[in-house]
Design a protein around this ligand. Structure first.
Ligand code: UTP
Length: 477
């Protein structure tokens, strides 16, 4: 192994990080220095220079003895704008829609899609957004989002800049995918990519892991990394230059996302909110979804793993789950608020999670662990909520707006996402008077796909559809 003095002498500009690596017990990253090529040595040094060794050391020490965290503090269910149940609530939603539509027409809203995650549970090779998913055409997730943006633009005669957050590992593939599909009919100038930051994973003793003899295991720093990336990659500036006031934020893997929903935009604006959220009712107490609550004087999302058993099962006076506002990571965020949060510096804490991470063992052989061997650190966008003074929480129906792709099979998989899309289109058609058969589970029998440019929602479909249409099991509109 190369010694510290030699390294420092040969690479004076990297002296600081070499020092930190050696002093903080990470010198093993240079273990194979003499076996790797000069280009690999350069890569390793450059990677080393991006790591804040002191911070990694502190995070590991702060988290090493933590077992399962249970949230401390009183919980209060938040005030929620529920799905309209009567004429007056419908009228309020209608008013919000008008406000949202006016802002869309003025071109003040941008879409931000976070797509920097590794999608490890899904286990596919490419970025999640490139997954073919549409029930008949097989269009990708990105294309579905792009077509919704096009449809909203057409409807409101506006331009919606689209910001796609990637990470070092999937940025090139994502951009190539957009280029090879000619930006799915959007103007290439309206689509901006920016990569989020990366953070090293450590083993259970706090040592950095190696992918190869010259490459440290790094992972995206969590969707909370959006805020730093937006600011430091000049995206907030770009938004300001385009006259954007608010961002519609969503995660790439939700195929039912109602992009730039004008009612949501309108409620957010009407209430002069800094950040707003959409929620769905939890379907059972142990559902693995974070819940939105008021706690310790502010809004907060509590991860399912941090909710006490008692709170998880708590019921209100009507026998309904007391804390049932499931976070679906759909937000409206004011861009001046994001700037404020960035200036705050350490507004977002890092959370740690045990993971199975392929890496090299001490002999330099590749291993694919069967048990958790690593700790990853990530920050979460919803931790911003504790700085929110005004925020709107709007309920929506899961079957209308939330179907994420997380796993290869079973729940939240490509198969459920496809079926959820078909079922949604089936409901629109049925409500328009077309007969659509369903099985015992309520799933449509057959395939349906509706292009957002044909109809963005049920109302548009009702106005366009031929009422005499007979569904023969395969319908593409
Ligand atoms: P998940 O937490 O589900 O992560 O991210 P993931 O990467 O998609 O999947 P797993 O956990 O590795 O299996 C939810 C959303 O947040 C984005 C993801 O791309 C997804 O849209 N995300 C997550 C980021 O943009 N960056 C991150 O660092 C983490």
């Amino acid at each position: 192994m190369v010694n510290r003095e030699t390294l420092e002498k040969e690479y004076p500009s990297y002296k600081r990080c070499i020092q930190d690596a050696f002093e903080l017990g990470q010198s093993h990253i240079f273990k194979w220095w003499d076996e790797i090529t000069p280009a690999e040595q350069k890569h390793l040094l450059q990677q080393t220079a991006t790591i804040d060794f002191q911070f990694v050391h502190k995070l590991f020490n702060d988290n090493r003895h933590k077992t399962q965290n249970t949230h401390q503090g009183d919980l209060v269910p938040p005030q929620i704008i529920t799905v309209p149940k009567n004429a007056s609530e419908l009228a309020l939603a209608q008013r919000a829609r008008q406000i949202g539509e006016a802002s869309l027409r003025r071109g003040e809203i941008a879409v931000l899609t976070v797509a920097g995650g590794h999608g490890t549970r899904l286990g596919s090779n490419g970025p999640k957004g490139t997954l073919p998913i549409a029930p008949i055409s097989g269009k990708s997730v990105f294309q579905l989002h792009a077509e919704k943006i096009r449809a909203v633009q057409q409807k409101y005669d506006t331009c919606i800049p689209w910001y796609v957050m990637t990470s070092e590992t999937n940025d090139r593939m994502t951009q190539e995918f957009f280029h090879s599909h000619r930006f799915f009919g959007l103007d290439s100038q309206q689509v901006c990519f920016f990569a989020q930051g990366m953070f090293p994973a450590v083993d259970l003793n706090g040592k950095l892991l190696m992918n190869s003899k010259s490459d440290i295991v790094m992972s995206p720093n969590g969707h909370g990394g959006t805020i730093i990336a937006l600011k430091e990659k000049g995206v907030l500036k770009d938004m300001e230059a385009r006259g954007i006031k608010n961002i519609f934020y969503h995660q790439v893997d939700n195929v039912l996302i109602k992009i730039a929903d004008p009612v949501f935009v309108g409620y957010h604006l009407k209430n002069e909110a800094e950040m707003s959220l959409k929620i769905v009712k939890k379907c059972h107490p142990e559902e693995k979804v974070g819940i939105v609550v008021h706690s310790n004087g502010h809004l907060q999302v509590i991860e399912y793993s941090e909710l006490s058993w008692e709170d998880m099962y708590a019921r209100d006076g009507n026998g309904a789950l007391k804390y049932d506002a499931g976070n679906i990571a759909v937000h409206m965020i004011r861009i001046d608020f994001l700037e404020k949060i960035y200036q705050h510096g350490d507004a977002l804490p890092f959370h740690s999670a045990l993971k199975k991470v392929p890496c090299l063992d001490e002999n330099g052989d590749a291993i694919n662990p069967e048990k958790n061997n690593a700790i990853k650190f990530e920050s979460f966008i919803f931790d911003v909520l504790k700085h929110v003074e005004k925020g709107v929480i709007m309920e929506t129906l899961r079957e209308d707006e939330f179907s994420p792709i997380k796993n290869m099979e079973g729940e939240n998989s490509p198969a459920t996402a496809r079926q959820d899309m078909i079922n949604l289109f089936g409901r629109w058609l049925r409500n328009a008077g077309i007969s659509i058969p369903v099985d015992n589970h309520g799933n449509v029998i057959g395939l349906i796909e509706i292009n957002p440019c044909f109809a963005l929602d049920e109302e548009e479909l009702r106005n366009k559809i031929d009422k005499h249409l007979q569904f023969n099991g395969n319908l593409s509109l």
